[in-house]
Design a protein around this ligand. Structure first.
Ligand code: AN7
Length: 409
């Protein structure tokens, strides 16, 4: 099956074998992307077969560049709910709003889609150890999948800036956790250097194109769940891997001849960490990194997104947009979706709800357009934020008189 895939540099077009260990183009330093031969693949893709398989990442087996089935490390990731949110119609104004609940994944974020493919690839290539830099969710996911694969795992996180749920996951799964004095961007730079120098450690940040292959399956699932592609995707953006992955997935659906339609991709960043929004607004094809990114949504507290070029392409090619939202809007949206729809999502994910609200207000998205917000991670990842923004429990003695007085019943 490996003759169906190759790895290409998105800048100079240099082609590499799909099993070469590379994180950037060795000719020009550009980002790498896995390319599939749609012509060849469409002869073996059978969507009726897909429908008979379990609803998870591996339903789309033919589109995933792992060649040795015995190396697949899976926990049934993917197959997440696509929930219609009718109660939000009144407030957001959209008749057809859906939320893709990526918190349903085994470690409660979308990262598991990429890790099932990335860690399988680590095994296939014969690595004994994995490493990532992370704002939290990547670390949690890589730790779990590495544990299951029997691989050593090292994670670098920005000291003091990781939500407690994510940190505790990495710790319990047995990863070696290093708290870097510095932000995520510095941690990632160090991680890449380390893996280039020590060829025995496999880097599993989203600069690794196999991660993107797993993550693209969320687009295929949305197409399966709706029966068509939506008009809009609204998605939080940090390091910009996920928005690139969705765009790749939607394009592959089209390349396979399953539909002609493509959604518009709308990326949402936090105001204090918005380099892509700035580039989009100034119609620039380069980004200016933000030195000291700051936001309550620590998952997307990233000033120099590694996949910025892929993300700008996704947004521009699709006719979408990039917008930023304030921390206040993010926290309002987090409470709103919890209280109106019963969905508890982490702040970075609530950014997509805050984002869709603004996009409708600004007239970028029309009321009748089918729109899917990506809720990338579960709310329990970051319980401390809730303790800060919601009313505290009222302590009371167990007698009816006191209860009635407080509850006013
Ligand atoms: C909940 O874990 O970057 O734009 O190191 O955890 O693909 O980076 C997390 C990112 C959105 C942004 N929502 O996705 C990490 C990390 C949640 C996230 C994003 C992240 P990308």
């Amino acid at each position: 099956m490996d003759e169906y895939f190759d790895v290409r540099c998105i800048d100079c077009g240099q082609s590499y074998g799909v099993n070469e260990v590379l994180y950037t183009c060795s000719r020009c330093g550009g980002l790498l992307e896995i390319r599939l031969d749609a012509g060849k693949l469409s002869s073996i893709v059978d969507t009726r077969l897909w429908c008979r398989r379990p609803f998870n990442v591996w339903r789309y087996r033919e589109l995933l560049p792992i060649f040795d089935d015995s190396k697949i490390v899976s926990m049934g990731e993917g197959g997440t709910r696509l929930l219609r949110c009718r109660n939000l119609t009144r407030i957001i104004g959209l008749e057809n709003l859906y939320v893709k609940c990526e918190g349903d994944n085994p470690t409660a974020s979308f990262k598991d889609r990429g890790m099932t493919v990335g860690v399988s690839k680590a095994l296939e290539l014969g690595f004994k150890a994995t490493l990532c830099a992370s704002t939290g969710n990547t670390a949690a996911s890589l730790s779990a999948y590495s544990a299951r694969a029997g691989l050593k795992c090292y994670v670098l996180v920005p000291a003091g800036k990781v939500a407690v749920g994510k940190l505790s996951q990495a710790m319990v799964y047995g990863a070696k956790v290093l708290a870097i004095r510095g932000n995520f961007d510095l941690a990632l730079k160090t991680a890449i250097q380390l893996c280039l120098e020590d060829s025995g450690i496999y880097l599993l940040n989203s600069v690794n194109p196999f991660r993107i292959e797993g993550q693209k399956t969320a687009a295929l699932e949305i197409f399966d769940q709706l029966g068509f592609n939506p008009d809009n995707i609204v998605i939080p953006v940090g390091n910009a891997g996920n928005i690139s992955a969705y765009w790749k997935g939607f394009n592959e659906i089209r390349m396979l001849g399953l539909t002609e339609e493509l959604p518009r991709m709308h990326g949402v960043q936090a105001k204090g960490a918005n380099p892509l929004v700035k580039a989009y607004r100034s119609m620039s094809w380069v980004i200016e990194p933000i030195e000291n990114p700051e936001t309550i949504a620590t998952a997307i507290r990233i000033g120099s997104p590694v996949s910025w070029k892929k993300a700008l392409r996704a947004v521009r090619e699709s006719g979408g947009s990039m917008i930023d939202v304030s921390d206040e809007e993010i926290l309002d949206a987090q409470k709103l979706i919890a209280r109106m729809e019963g969905l508890f999502v982490e702040p970075a994910s609530a950014a997509s709800i805050a984002g869709v609200r603004r996009l409708v207000e600004d007239g970028v998205i029309d009321r009748d357009e089918v729109t899917v917000c990506i809720a990338t991670g579960h709310g329990l990842k970051d319980p401390e934020i809730v303790l800060k923004i919601c009313e505290s429990p009222i302590e009371v003695d167990p007698n009816l008189e006191d209860l009635r007085r407080i509850l006013m019943i």
